[in-house]
Design a protein around this ligand. Structure first.
Ligand code: TRP
Length: 363
């Protein structure tokens, strides 16, 4: 059985970095027959671990992320969407896994480490909330509750997968082979692993204000491409241009196909030809930016249209999430029962507890 599970924190609308890094791949996976099941989780509980004082942001973005999912073509007939806080087995599984992990181990997690710094939890006397350091354990519960063996994630999530694998091994060793070992699945294309922001900084991030959102209008897209960072040494038209670190070319690497050249810029056969001309000099940024607009808009236009469709049908969107959450609860409940049986904390229904007591009494 091949089960895919992945998720996103609802802390903002999804952007084109999410698209090339994971959403595009998810749409492909949902249509491949070698996978039996795909589950996609809106990780609101996890989002609260560093947004506990800003619940409204999380609340607002649950629906936004759901709209983003549907608009890129993820299909509720094939994929189970659910919301983390409504899965009752997750906190309970987390509780049992907490016994299998030490505090120093959690604090060694490189992603958690850098997030602690980033969020100022290491500042003076403030300290790190227990819920925050604990989130890798809770993420192991997300993954194992559904017996996922494939977890599509970005590179920053590899430490979480490592932690989940350790928990699975400890649990299965200590109690019984119940949990499935998960494997991360990274995007194959190097540029898609981390798309830079339009300002050229390493990552697209809401707080830096350098994102292109899936929900951006055509005008917003145009404006952002106009502002986009290119090659600061490419001043006069005849100057040779540089590709490395030039965001326009990075985005073309992630989105453009030979087909786009046929349709929008037949002077060139492919991206290599365009790059070579740019490097030689004599090619201005504005022309390339116009082309990039066509390429990006080609992907974003149908997404925008689908989003507008679902924005008019919020009740239906919420129903999809509710239905998916029901199904997810059934799966996770079953795993929780197996986990409790394996540990031996089952005293009533169909347990051998009474028999044990009677046997002991007879000895
Ligand atoms: N930590 C992930 C992120 O920040 C979100 C997430 C929560 C997740 N639980 C998960 C991803 C389980 C994959 C599997 O993007």
């Amino acid at each position: 059985m091949n089960t895919i599970l992945t998720g996103d924190r609802p802390t903002g609308k999804l952007h084109i970095g999410h698209y090339v890094g994971s959403l595009r791949e998810r749409v492909k996976l949902q249509n491949e027959s070698e996978y039996d099941q795909m589950l996609i989780m809106i990780a609101d509980t996890q989002a609260l671990t560093d947004n506990y004082g800003n619940v409204q942001k999380v609340r607002d973005n649950v629906i936004e992320v759901m709209l983003d999912y549907l608009s890129v073509g993820l299909d509720p007939k094939k994929t189970i969407f659910f919301v983390q806080s409504d899965i009752r087995a997750l906190p309970e599984l987390t509780m049992y896994y907490m016994n299998l992990v030490t505090l120093p181990r959690l604090l060694r997690n490189p992603t958690v480490k850098s997030e602690i710094k980033l969020r100022g939890f290491d500042d003076g006397e403030k300290g790190v909330p227990v819920g925050f350091v604990n989130y890798p354990i809770s993420q192991a519960a997300d993954i194992t509750a559904f017996k996922a063996n494939i977890v599509p994630v970005g590179e920053d999530q590899l430490p979480m997968l490592e932690q989940a694998r350790e928990i699975v091994k400890s649990f299965n060793n200590l109690y019984k082979e119940v949990l499935i070992l998960p494997n991360p699945k990274l995007p194959e294309n190097e540029v898609c692993k981390r798309l830079p922001g339009i300002d050229g900084s390493a990552k697209m991030s809401k707080s830096l204000g350098n994102c292109i959102y899936l929900s951006d209008t055509e005008e917003e897209l145009k404006k952002k491409i106009r502002q986009m960072y290119t090659d600061p040494t490419h001043i006069k038209l005849e100057d040779p241009g540089h590709i490395e670190g030039n965001v326009v070319f990075t985005y073309l690497d992630a989105f453009c196909t030979d087909e786009h050249f046929k349709t929008y810029w037949s002077e060139y056969k492919n991206l290599d030809e365009l790059k070579n001309h740019y490097k030689r000099g004599g090619l201005g940024d504005a022309k390339i930016k116009n082309f990039l607009f066509e390429v990006l808009n080609d992907t974003l236009k149908p997404i925008r249209e689908k989003r507008a469709y679902y924005e008019q049908r919020l009740e239906e969107v919420l129903q999809i999430l509710e239905e998916g959450t029901k199904t997810a609860n059934q799966i996770a409940d079953k795993t929780l029962k197996e986990v409790k049986d394996a540990i031996g904390i089952n005293y009533f229904e169909n347990s051998n507890y009474l028999k044990e007591l009677i046997n002991k009494g007879e000895k």
